[in-house]
Design a protein around this ligand. Structure first.
Ligand SMILES: [Zn+2]
Length: 99
């Protein structure tokens, strides 16, 4: 198979309304299905930073519009703090509330 043939094959795969209808919708743990992209900033210590200086770096976070948390499907590497995670815990003073 030559490259031109492979490129033509790729072009034949088009996303139709039927494909979209039969694909599962990504859901938050709360059932929410609409998300907004936000930024979370992490602070990297001078010891770990490649520049040798304290650095701040942004992480893109997909936040659920219903519960305002990050569903675990959008945090596979567990990079967000537990209080931001949909399957995490909210700490209210001395009370721990499972969400
Ligand atoms: Zn949610």
């Amino acid at each position: 198979m030559d490259k031109e043939f492979l490129n033509k094959q790729k072009l034949k795969v088009t996303i139709t309304p039927e494909i979209i209808q039969s694909s599962p919708t990504i859901k938050c743990e709360c059932g929410g299905m609409v998300f907004t992209e936000k930024l979370v900033f992490k602070k990297m210590s001078a010891l770990l930073s490649p520049s040798g200086q304290e650095e701040m770096f942004p992480l893109n976070a997909m936040v659920c519009d219903s519960c305002h948390k990050v569903p675990s499907i959008f945090d596979p590497n567990n990079m967000f703090p537990p209080e931001l995670k949909a399957d995490g815990h909210i700490f209210l003073q001395d009370y721990e509330v499972k969400v």
